[in-house]
Design a protein around this ligand. Structure first.
Ligand code: HEM
Length: 513
């Protein structure tokens, strides 16, 4: 009381109000100036460029290195745009399993606006009821296990035609990537349009060539880092001249696809009971049903399937054969397995794969060490803020999982950098989004819809090349000297194409059966 009486009267009167104000100032200033509350840790962002100076030509590798310092959930800015990068199994599981809805929309990039016909279709779209319908259409009518069975015949024909074209080049150095590319493109174009783009049965028209080139270039440009996405303030400058090119390419793609669509609409094809109906005709047959989609969506879906399929399995197959050349004992074991299951009077078939677990192991080990899409396609938090690992992730933050980090995490993988397909015989590890240490096709709501087709094509490709041929490198090169550099893009690929010399192992007649 004595102390209080020594304080001037006017202060005494307001003492309680002052204390209250002080308390309020402390509480609100902590909220106002907090290091945006409980954001995950991450490197310091510079004005304008954010952390772009820390990202090298292989972003998944740079981000992996950063995650070793900052942890499995990291916050950083690319340009002025805030990002969260997930690099640990627990965080990936939480994101896909419990926060899937909040992290299911794609970041609206400039490429997505154009290549996705204003974010239509699947690849570039936000997570909406329309997207769910489009994914359902694709999953049910094109890529389900049942539909893929119907298309088996096509894949078998392409597998044999790949083998024949290699036999015809016996003894000479061949660029395997080109052969694999043709195989992959023919499979998907036959499934989509009922026609092959390459080889003896192809139409070989200038329009088709121009379209195929436009698809390949679009795929390449989709993976090019567009600075305007990260510093939106300079978007109008289009410094890399990318937007201009996107517009030209999508115009070419749409023109061609629309002409094919109209042709199929005007001249409906008839198919026998067991004949595979091309997806374009399936889309037309959905008109006037509850699954009807507009023509521009039809074009977007066809384009999405091409972008997703044209190079993925082909580039994985190139990695697979490269690793087998570097590891002759794995090649030998795979060959022995196939010889004992299939023999030498016929080429390996899809139906043999169940009995060839080592081929599956080779495919998985290839996808683990050489992830085609090492970073998930970036998503943006919607309906948030969201929570992840106890941190708060504000609405509008972009996010992706670093699949590369998961696949080489030493806490889960013994000798992670070592090529050892046997690890997949020792443990049953899934590649279809259930095992969060290995997500080559992603997981959850935006997982790759073509995963089964991609994985099956990879397996049958490996089995055919191992069973059908002995391989040597050109000019007596030592396999240990093969350049293993990779180049980042929408699809991450071997920088230097593999050139190898085949020698047929089977009777000629087997390849033409
Ligand atoms: C070895 C082959 C393949 C690999 C490794 C692969 C991998 C991937 C990955 C990692 C994603 C991104 C997942 C994410 O962002 O979370 C993806 C998305 C996608 N893939 Fe594949 N893919 C392959 C084959 C295919 C095929 C054959 C098709 C089509 C026929 C296809 C169509 C798509 C589509 C449409 C998306 C976007 C899905 C969405 O955003 O909802 N992919 N793929």
């Amino acid at each position: 009381m004595e102390l209080l009486s020594s304080i001037p009267a006017f202060l005494q009167e307001n003492c309680y109000s002052l204390l209250l104000v002080l308390l309020l100032v402390i509480v609100t200033s902590r909220w106002f100036f907090r290091k945006p509350s409980d954001l995950p840790p991450g490197p310091f962002s510079l004005p304008m460029i954010g952390c772009l100076h820390l990202i090298g030509p292989l972003p998944h590798v740079s981000l992996h290195e950063l995650s070793r310092k900052y942890g499995g959930i990291m916050h950083l800015k690319f340009g002025t745009v805030p990002f969260v990068v997930v690099s640990s199994e627990e965080a990936a599981k939480e994101l896909y399993k419990y926060r899937g809805l909040e992290f299911a929309s794609k970041v609206p990039t400039i490429a997505g606006r154009h290549f996705g016909n204003d974010f239509n279709g699947i690849i570039y779209a936000e997570y909406t009821p329309q997207l769910k319908l489009y994914r359902k259409i694709v999953n049910t009518h094109l890529l389900s296990a049942t539909r893929l069975k119907v298309y088996d015949k096509i894949r078998r024909e392409e597998q044999c035609s790949l083998a024949r074209s290699i036999v015809s080049a016996e003894g000479t150095p061949i660029k395997l990537r080109d052969k694999f590319h043709n195989l992959n493109v023919n499979i998907i174009t036959y499934m989509l349009f009922g026609e092959r783009f390459y080889g003896a049965h192809a139409r070989n028209t200038a329009a088709l060539d121009a379209f195929a080139d436009a698809v390949i270039e679009s795929l390449r440009l989709s993976g090019v880092f567009n600075i305007s996405d990260f510093i939106p303030g300079i978007k109008w400058l289009d410094v890399q001249r990318l937007e201009k090119r996107y517009k030209q390419l999508i115009a070419k793609v749409n023109d061609y696809l629309l002409s094919v669509l109209q042709d199929h609409r005007r001249n409906p094809r008839k198919y026998g009971r067991d004949e595979p109906v091309p997806f374009i005709d399936v889309l037309l047959s959905l008109d006037s049903t509850e699954e009807e989609v507009s023509d521009i969506t039809k074009l977007s879906l066809l384009f999405d399937m091409l972008l997703g399929a044209v190079d993925t399995s082909a580039l994985s197959l190139e990695w697979a054969i490269t690793e087998l050349l570097r590891h002759p004992s794995a090649m030998e074991k795979a060959r022995k397995d196939i010889d004992s299951v299939v023999g030498s009077n016929r080429l390996v078939e899809d139906s043999d794969l169940d009995q060839l677990p080592f081929i599956a192991a080779i495919a998985k080990e290839t996808l683990r060490l050489h992830q085609l899409a090492p970073l998930a396609l970036p998503k943006v938090v919607r309906g948030g803020p969201s929570k992840l690992g106890g941190y708060t992730i504000p609405n509008g933050t972009c996010a992706f999982v670093n699949f590369h980090s998961l696949g080489i995490d030493p806490a889960h993988w013994k000798d992670p950098m070592k090529y050892r397909p046997e690890r997949f015989l020792e443990a049953d590890i899934d590649v279809f989004g259930q095992d969060y240490n290995l997500l080559p096709f992603g997981s959850g709501r935006r997982m790759c819809p073509g995963a089964k087709l991609g994985f099956d094509t990879l397996q049958i490709g490996i089995a055919t090349l191992v069973q059908g041929f002995e391989w040597k490198l050109a000019k007596g090169q030592d396999p240990a000297d093969i350049n293993m550099d990779e180049t980042y893009g929408l699809v991450c690929h071997k920088t230097q194409p593999l050139i190898a010399v085949p020698k047929a192992r089977l009777e000629r007649s087997v390849y033409s059966s």
